[in-house]
Design a protein around this ligand. Sequence first.
Ligand code: ZN
Length: 79
Amino acid sequence: MTENQITTETRGCIVCGKQYQMLVVRDVQGKFIGAKVMSVGGRTVTGEERPLVACESHSEESVDATVQRVFHAEDEKEE
Ligand SMILES: [Zn+2]
């Protein structure tokens, strides 16, 4: 039987760095499955295979742009 591991981690907002407590769920191999922000004012950033948090006050566009810049900068080149 396999059991997921749930840990509490402190993560900074990817846009501004404000810190949030979040529950992170991983499987027995340590693969990231999901996360839930415990602190008020934060939300998880979906679509990435890692626990990411952002303030609810940031727009979807600015969060997405930051994710692209931080994690996918080598995927696309901008002139
Ligand atoms: Zn923020």
